[in-house]
Design a protein around this ligand. Structure first.
Ligand code: 3UK
Length: 508
């Protein structure tokens, strides 16, 4: 059981505390050509907090939209929102006006801070959103821009005295299957996650330099690239562009030690590692989708590093099943992070014995608060969150991922998990990426179909199809092999690195 004071503002624990204890000169955040200490980030956030209150009229509880690539300025804006007791509604940089409108309406956004480079789509959305009254642009030269306003403010600000249970984040799920869903988190939740996975599985120190790809609008990135480094007094690198080709040179340049990204990014980086000096790296975290055993091995072969896998979810804020380097088990996500409980349920909500696939349920200090009532009714049971994943627990208590519940393939009476077939295919050297879905079939109901991106030097053709099919049959139960294989140049993914299987299904 974690205990918290009744009044609590998370920005104090993460930011102000370091300055107050005389450690304000520690390096805190880099990126976009900037290098700020803890004291500098705090001063920036304090000035922006005054812009929010004095110029924009933000009061505690207002929902403030954030829109921008990962930069120190975005982080300063995030802290400013915490400091004034408002609610941060961070959005993915790639969202278009239509999607922004949905977020603004659902979250009842009243104010926005937006990177000037991304102003256009937000302006289009704002024209159709009556609730959104005031937008201020940052990284802007304009006289009414955030920087010009912030220059007139003081470096000091007294944080609003928020309750631990005041909401401070509305986070939207990445919409792997369609409509984004809003989830709410309070100041206590932010502090609670700091005391769970980072302490038990990551164990970073003040000397670590964090880096990675997930946007701060994705709670995987918010935790991994902002909250977790700052909770231990470490430093973080925020990259505006963090595609695999950009991430490797950045790791080398900043001498980064802890990396957060998705499995697909590790697979893309693996063949390029030899061109870069990434000897500084000591911890690599994978989340967002299942980490196939073949990807874990590939990364270990080229870097020597045992990855830390963890399943997290926007509604839980961060990772709740994971492991540390010493207890990694290839093919398994790990065990419940201390502080969380997890189990696998059948359709009626009964706990299943080890070895049986069912619906993953999780309970802990975070979770259970959706914006939409319908979501709350269907995905929260008795304080347990149903994540929508099919899992099994093995005899040692390790949780093994199977599929998203709605991605299970039923073919000829067999239940087949697409990701298991993907893992098998990824172990073949010709396969760079793949996605496996069920497609309608008159005889079998569905058949297993694989979409495959080949590695350089491998030809798409009947011969490769046969080779890959035989390879799968030799690795897992033969009935699971992909009866159809289609070669693609790339696969549809979300901004968070998740394969969009629903799109693959639509495309057949
Ligand atoms: C899937 C995984 C297998 C799973 C997230 C870390 O991904 C995050 O949040 P989302 O709300 O999606 C949640 C869903 O993604 N998933 C995530 N990680 C894994 N499946 N193995 C994994 N390691 O379907 C889950 O229900 O976008 C991840 C931290 C914070 C996050 N928000």
């Amino acid at each position: 059981e974690l205990l918290f004071p009744e009044r609590l503002n998370c920005s104090h624990d993460l930011l102000d505390r370091w300055v107050e204890s005389g450690q304000g000169d520690r390096p805190c955040i880099q990126g976009a050509g900037l290098r700020w200490t803890y004291a500098q980030l705090r001063a920036e956030a304090n000035r922006i907090a005054q812009v929010l209150v004095e110029d924009m009229g933000v009061v505690p509880g207002n929902r403030v939209l954030l829109r921008g690539a990962n930069t120190p300025q975005l982080a300063a804006c995030w802290f400013a929102i915490m400091k004034v007791g408002a609610i941060a509604v961070a959005t993915m940089p790639l969202l278009r006006a239509k999607e922004l409108k949905q977020v603004i309406d659902k979250a009842e956004v009243s104010h926005a801070l937006c990177d000037a480079a991304l102003a256009e789509e937000l302006a289009l959305a704002q024209a159709q959103c009556p609730s959104l009254k005031t937008t201020v642009l940052y990284r802007s030269e304009a006289a009414e821009g955030l920087e010009a306003r912030a220059r007139t403010k003081r470096a000091h600000f007294d944080n609003v005295d928020t309750a631990a249970e005041d909401c401070c984040i509305i986070a939207f799920t990445s919409g792997t299957t369609g409509q984004p869903k809003g989830t709410m988190h309070n100041h206590r939740d932010v502090i609670a996650v700091l005391r769970c996975w980072p302490v038990h599985c990551l164990r970073a120190t003040a000397d670590d330099v964090f880096i990675g790809s997930p946007p701060l609008a994705f709670t995987f990135g918010l935790g991994g690239l902002l909250l977790f480094p700052m909770s231990v007094g470490a430093s973080t690198v925020l990259l505006e562009k963090a595609a695999p080709e950009a991430l490797l040179p950045a790791i080398a340049e900043y001498r980064a030690t802890v990396c957060f990204t998705a499995p697909t990014s590790y697979r893309a980086m693996a063949p390029l590692v030899k061109n870069h000096d990434i000897s500084s790296l000591r911890k690599c975290v994978s989340a967002g989708e299942a980490l196939p055993a073949a990807t874990r091995k590939l990364w270990k072969d080229v870097t020597g590093i045992e990855m830390i896998d963890g399943i997290g979810a926007t509604e839980m804020l961060h990772i709740f099943i994971s492991h540390d380097e010493a207890s990694a088990r290839p093919g398994a996500t790990g065990r419940p992070v201390p502080g969380y409980r997890a189990c696998v349920l059948d359709e009626e909500g009964r706990v299943l014995p080890p070895g049986q696939v069912g619906r993953l349920a999780v309970k802990g200090p975070t979770g259970c608060r959706y914006l939409a009532d319908e979501r709350q009714r269907n995905y929260v049971l008795n304080g347990w969150n149903l994540t929508g994943d099919a899992y099994l627990v093995d005899a040692d208590g390790y949780f093994v991922y199977h599929a998203r519940t709605d991605d299970m393939i039923i073919s000829g009476g067999y239940n087949i998990a697409g990701p298991e077939v993907e893992s098998a295919l990824l172990a073949h050297p010709a396969v760079a990426e793949c996605g496996v879905v069920g497609v309608p079939d008159e005889e079998r109901g569905q058949i297993v179909k694989a979409f495959v991106v080949l590695r350089e030097g491998h030809g798409a053709g009947a011969e490769t199809v046969k080779t890959l099919q035989d390879f799968v049959k030799a690795t897992i139960a033969p009935y699971k092999y992909p009866r159809a294989i289609e070669f693609r140049a790339s696969l549809p993914r979300t901004e968070t690195g998740k394969l969009q299987r629903f799109r693959l299904r639509q495309e057949t």
